[in-house]
Ligand binder design. Structure first.
Ligand SMILES: CC(C)(COP(=O)(O)OP(=O)(O)OC[C@H]1O[C@@H](n2cnc3c(N)ncnc32)[C@H](O)[C@@H]1OP(=O)(O)O)[C@@H](O)C(=O)NCCC(=O)NCCS
Length: 205
C-alpha cells in the first residue's frame, strides 16, 4: 500500500521528530551501538547489527527513497538537538491505516518520550485525510511498549500469534488501534512543566 507522504517532521513540547538524513549516519550509528543490549530483546532488525558506517548511511538513503516514493517514514527523536531514539510510520497494516513503531535510548527511559512521540505521530497521521486508523503492535511480553498505546487510549483490538521475531518476544502480538473518531490527543503539558523538564522546544540540526 502506498500513502503519499507519511509524516516527516513533527515537533512536540520537548522533542523534534524528523526523518533521518544522510548527515545523521554517525549519530545514528552511535546511538544504535550504545543500545544494542537494550534493543536486542525486542527489535528484530538488531540481528543485522553491527552495521558499518557505510551500511548505516546506505540504510538512511534507502529510507529516504522509500519515503520519497510515498512509503514509510523513519524519524529520529531529537532532544536538544541530540538523538534519543527512533520512530517510524509504516504503511503495512492495510488500506487507510499506519502502524507506529518506536524505541528510546536506555538513558532516557520512563520520561514519557515514547508516549509523546506516539501521540504526535498519531495526530500527524490523522492530518492526512486518507488515514483513518493508527495501530501499535506490541509483543505480550513487552510491558514497557504496551504501556505507550495503553496510556494514549488505544484499544487493545486483538492478539495475533506469530513466530517470535526477536529473543524477548512471546510470539503473541497485541494489536492496539485508535481511529480518527476515537483519537483524543493528550493535553499538552503546561509551559512550566516543559521548562522544568527540558527547557523550551528545540530545533534539531
Ligand atoms: C518501549 C519503550 C519505547 C518505552 O519508552 P519510554 O519513553 O520509556 O516510555 P514512556 O516513558 O512513554 O512510558 C509510557 C508508559 O509505558 C509503561 N512503561 C514504560 N516503561 C516501562 C517499564 N520498564 N515497565 C513497565 N511499564 C513501563 C508505563 O505505563 C509508562 O507510563 P508511566 O511512566 O506513566 O507509568 C522503551 O522501553 C524501549 O525503547 N524499549 C526497547 C525497544 C522496544 O521495546 N520498542 C518497542 C517495540 S514494539
Amino acid at each position: 500500500m502506498t500513502i503519499d507522504r507519511l509524516p516527516d517532521r513533527v515537533t512536540t513540547p520537548r522533542l523534534v521528530l524528523r526523518r533521518w538524513q544522510h548527515a545523521d549516519a554517525d549519530v545514528l550509528q552511535q546511538i544504535v551501538m550504545a543500545n544494542l543490549d537494550h534493543l536486542r530483546p525486542w527489535m528484530p532488525w538488531i540481528k543485522q547489527e553491527p552495521l558499518t558506517i557505510i551500511e548505516r548511511a546506505r540504510l538512511i538513503e534507502d529510507w529516504t527513497r522509500e519515503w520519497e516514493d510515498g512509503g514509510d517514514s523513519f524519524l529520529g527523536v531529537f532532544l536538544d538537538g541530540e538523538p534519543i531514539g527512533s520512530s517510524g510510520c509504516h504503511a503495512r497494516v492495510g488500506p487507510g491505516a499506519i502502524e507506529i513503531g518506536y524505541w528510546i535510548d536506555q538513558d532516557h527511559l520512563r520520561s514519557g518520550y515514547a508516549t509523546e512521540v506516539t501521540a504526535a505521530l498519531t495526530s500527524a497521521a490523522f492530518d492526512n485525510e486518507r488515514i483513518g486508523r493508527v495501530q501499535v503492535h506490541t509483543d505480550e511480553a513487552n510491558d514497557a511498549s504496551a504501556g505507550v498505546p495503553a496510556k494514549l487510549g488505544f484499544r487493545r483490538a486483538r492478539v495475533e500469534t506469530r513466530e517470535p521475531a526477536a529473543p524477548g518476544e512471546s510470539g503473541r502480538l497485541i494489536i492496539w488501534t485508535v481511529t480518527r473518531e476515537t483519537w483524543t490527543p493528550p493535553a499538552p503539558p503546561r509551559p512550566s512543566e516543559v521548562d522544568q523538564v527540558q527547557g523550551s522546544p528545540n530545533e534539531s540540526r
